[in-house]
Ligand binder design. Structure first.
Ligand SMILES: C[S@@+](CC[C@H](N)C(=O)[O-])C[C@H]1O[C@@H](n2cnc3c(N)ncnc32)[C@H](O)[C@@H]1O
Length: 285
C-alpha cells in the first residue's frame, strides 16, 4: 500500500487510537453477550474498532470482498454489515475459522470420554457455538433462543440491534476430497459451493450435476457434457451478468474450441484441472 494512493487510504490513521468505542470489554465481550446470552468467546475485538479500521480501506468500495481467515467471533463480518447499512453497499465478507474448543473445556469433555470429531465435542467449537450463531443473530436481530437482541448500536449509526440487517449468509464446512473422486465428477456436491464463490457468491447455485449435461444460473454456467456445447453457449450468450463458464473436460483442444465461442466478458475455466493443480504440491501429492 502506498501512502499517496488515495484509492486505498482516505486518511492516514495515527499509530495509537484511544477511542471510547474501541473498548473491547464494552463493545467486544459485552456486545457479544447481548447477541449470544450465556456464551463466551475469549477477547473479541470491539465491533466499532473493526468498523473504523475497515472504513479506511473500503469506504469508497461498496462492492468490496473482505476476507477474514481467522474469524473467531465474527466481528469482521458484523462490521461489514454495519458499513453496508450506512451507505447501501453490497460488500461481502468471507469468514473462515476452525472449530476449536477452548483448552479448559477440552479437559472437561475428555473427562466425559469425548473426543474431537464427536458431535457432543464439536458443538462447543468456536465456529458452531459462536461464529455462525453470531452472524445469524446479527442479521436476524434475534438471539439463538429466538428473543429480540437487547440494546442499540452506537456511534456512527445508532439503531436497535433487534432490527438486524438486510443481509444473507451461507455456511459451508471445508472438507478434504480425493482428487480422483473430484476428477471423476463423484464429489460434485462438495465442489459446488466453490464454483459459486469463485463466480462472486451471487444468485443461484448449481448443487448437483445437471442431467442435461449443462446448466446456467445467474453468475455462471457449467458444461459437463462437451457434446452439449451448442445449447450451452446459446444460453450463456443470452444471459446478463454471467461471469464464468466452467467447462469439464480433459481435452485441451475441445476446451480451447468452446472457450473461443463464448461471448466477451465470460471467463472460461476448465474443470477440474484448475482446481486440482492449484492445490497440488511439488512432490505430486
Ligand atoms: C484472535 S481470534 C479472532 C478474533 C476476532 N477478530 C474477533 O473479534 O472475534 C483468532 C481465531 O482464529 C481461529 N483459528 C486458529 N487457528 C485457525 C486456523 N488454522 N484456521 C482458521 N481459524 C483458526 C481461532 O479459533 C480463533 O477463534
Amino acid at each position: 500500500m502506498k501512502e499517496n494512493d488515495a484509492s486505498f487510504v482516505l486518511a492516514i490513521p495515527g499509530t495509537q487510537w484511544r477511542i471510547a468505542g474501541h473498548d473491547a470489554t464494552q463493545y467486544g465481550s459485552r456486545l457479544l453477550a447481548e447477541l449470544l446470552p450465556g456464551r463466551k468467546f475469549p477477547f473479541p475485538k470491539s465491533l466499532y474498532a473493526v468498523e473504523d479500521i475497515l472504513r479506511f480501506f473500503v469506504k469508497e468500495k461498496p462492492q468490496a470482498v473482505i476476507l477474514d481467515f481467522f474469524a473467531g467471533s465474527g466481528t469482521t463480518a458484523h462490521a461489514v454489515m454495519r458499513l453496508n447499512e450506512q451507505d447501501g453497499g453490497s460488500r461481502q465478507c468471507i469468514s473462515v475459522t476452525n472449530n476449536e474448543v477452548a483448552a479448559d473445556e477440552q479437559k472437561a469433555l475428555r473427562e466425559q470420554g469425548l473426543r474431537p470429531g464427536d458431535a457432543d465435542w464439536e458443538k462447543w467449537g468456536i465456529c458452531d457455538y459462536i461464529t455462525k450463531p453470531r452472524v445469524q443473530a446479527a442479521i436476524s436481530g434475534k438471539t439463538p433462543d429466538g428473543g429480540p437482541i437487547k440494546g442499540d448500536y452506537k456511534f456512527t449509526d445508532e439503531f436497535p440491534m433487534a432490527e438486524g440487517f438486510a443481509e444473507n449468509a451461507e455456511f459451508f464446512t471445508l472438507t478434504y476430497e480425493s482428487p480422483l473422486a473430484v476428477n471423476h465428477n463423484l464429489a460434485f456436491a462438495r465442489i459446488a459451493p466453490l464454483l459459486w464463490l469463485r463466480a462472486g457468491s451471487i444468485g443461484k447455485r448449481i448443487d448437483k450435476l445437471p442431467a442435461e449435461g449443462w446448466a446456467v444460473v445467474d453468475a455462471y454456467g457449467l458444461l459437463v457434457d462437451v457434446d452439449a456445447a451448442t445449447p450451452f453457449i446459446r444460453t450463456v450468450s443470452k444471459a446478463k451478468n454471467l461471469r464464468i463458464a466452467y467447462i469439464v473436460t480433459d481435452d485441451d483442444r475441445r476446451f480451447q474450441a468452446i472457450a473461443r465461442r463464448l461471448p466477451d466478458g465470460v471467463e472460461p475455466v476448465r474443470l477440474y484441472e484448475s482446481y486440482l493443480t492449484n492445490f497440488s504440491f511439488v512432490n505430486g501429492e
